[in-house]
Design a protein around this ligand. Structure first.
Ligand code: FAD
Length: 352
């Protein structure tokens, strides 16, 4: 630190001037940063992108970093949001940690490979009454290497009715082989900042910024049988994994239970039937919770959890991959656990 740092009393943060040295992963990266700014911003300025989904408010808890030295005392927000074990281990929220002195941190080494991408919207397709597919073409860099199951951060600019730029996470739905393309499957959230922008303002040929890829939700390398379970836009990472399985001529026995509230919430039936043709041991089972009297639905009915109870017999070789709302995932994991599946064989990505 090259200048003075005043005492920090309570949650009133003093103005700090000067620069600090930030050391990442034991000198893998070192840089000087203006004191007084949040660590998350300082890292972003160095093109080190830590996942974050709440605009720096300390709510999403995605921007955890481990401080080895120099972080100062955790803020009241961090004390509220982090577990005692995390606090004990020196874990901090990068959006809340204000740079005040030289700092040494440790982050997942994979985060150092994350990049900023400029993209353009190529096509927007309506999939259901509240879900659209956004196909983006990468402009700079032109290629994205990712593992199916990973997600990107979408930077949402200020638009009429919003007050600040924000960023949100979206799972990559596209085929990893088509490295210049990123598809998102996005469900509109009532009054949601990002989804209002995507649905009401984003148009074909518009420019966008992304960073990524993030996350460790991914298919295991083994030959275990696979149970995919998703609802709504939780389809996204599963679709990308199915592309991966097709590309690698996977023979794994795979069942995909896809739940919708009503018949109009079921989508991509044609694409799924095509995967059934391309993958020798793949079966897609859509399930509708509420079938109206006038619907001609002949498929499975009920909640996904009920379908799991009815249809799934987990042998020792089964792995489950779940994606969607936290409520659906928690309820389904509980059913799988009651059926005897161990935690180590259940993987999930919560859209929280
Ligand atoms: C790893 C990951 C991957 C994801 N992948 C996908 C994906 O592939 N597809 C997808 O559709 N989603 C995905 N999500 C969810 C996505 O990141 C967003 O959370 C979602 O799109 C909602 O963002 P939003 O900005 O529109 O809503 P937000 O503005 O964050 O609002 C969310 C809810 O909070 C309410 N709210 C907002 N502000 C206030 C306030 N001040 N007071 C009261 N209520 C308020 C809104 O009305 C809304 O109901 C993913 C999430 C994660 C963590």
């Amino acid at each position: 630190m090259s200048e003075t740092v005043q005492e920090w009393a309570g949650d009133v943060r003093p103005a700090v001037v000067g620069t600090c040295q930030v050391d990442v992963n034991r000198s893998t990266r070192r840089f000087a940063a203006q004191a007084g700014q949040p660590l998350l911003k300082a890292l972003e300025r160095q093109n080190i992108f830590i996942p974050s989904a709440c605009g720096g408010r300390g709510i999403c808890r995605q921007c955890k970093v481990k401080v080895l030295q120099g972080g100062g005392a955790p803020s009241p927000v961090e004390i509220n949001r982090l577990s005692p074990a995390d606090l004990e281990a020196g874990v901090r929220l990068a959006c809340q940690l204000q740079l005040q002195q030289d700092l040494q941190i440790e982050i997942d080494p994979e985060l150092l490979t994350i990049r900023d991408y400029a993209a353009v919207v190529q096509e927007i397709t309506t999939l259901t009454h509240d879900i659209r597919r956004f196909q983006l073409r990468l402009i700079e860099p032109k290629m994205l290497r990712f593992r199916p199951g990973q997600y990107m951060q979408l930077y949402v600019p200020i638009y009429p009715g919003s007050s600040d730029p924000i960023n949100r996470s979206y799972s990559i739905a596209s085929d990893p082989v088509r490295a210049n393309r990123v598809d998102f499957i996005i469900r509109r959230v009532l009054n949601g900042t990002s989804t209002t922008f995507c649905f009401d303002y984003l148009r074909s040929a518009d420019a966008l910024h992304l960073s990524g890829p993030y996350g460790d939700f991914r298919l295991s390398d083994g030959a275990s049988d696979i149970l995919f379970i998703a609802g709504g836009s939780g389809m996204a990472p599963i679709q990308s994994m199915l592309h991966q399985m097709k590309n690698t001529h996977s023979q794994r026995k795979t069942t995909f239970l896809f739940g919708g509230n009503t018949v109009r919430d079921i989508f991509m039936l044609e694409e799924m039937r095509q995967f059934e043709k391309d993958l020798p041991n793949f079966r897609f089972i859509p399930i509708v919770a509420n079938v109206d009297a006038g619907d001609t639905w002949t498929g499975e009915r009920g909640l996904v959890t009920e379908a799991v109870k009815r249809l799934v017999q987990p042998g020792p070789a089964l792995e489950a991959y779940l994606c969607g709302s936290p409520g659906m995932i928690d309820a389904t994991v509980a059913v799988l656990a009651r059926k005897g599946m161990s935690d180590e064989r259940i993987f999930f990505d919560k859209f929280s």
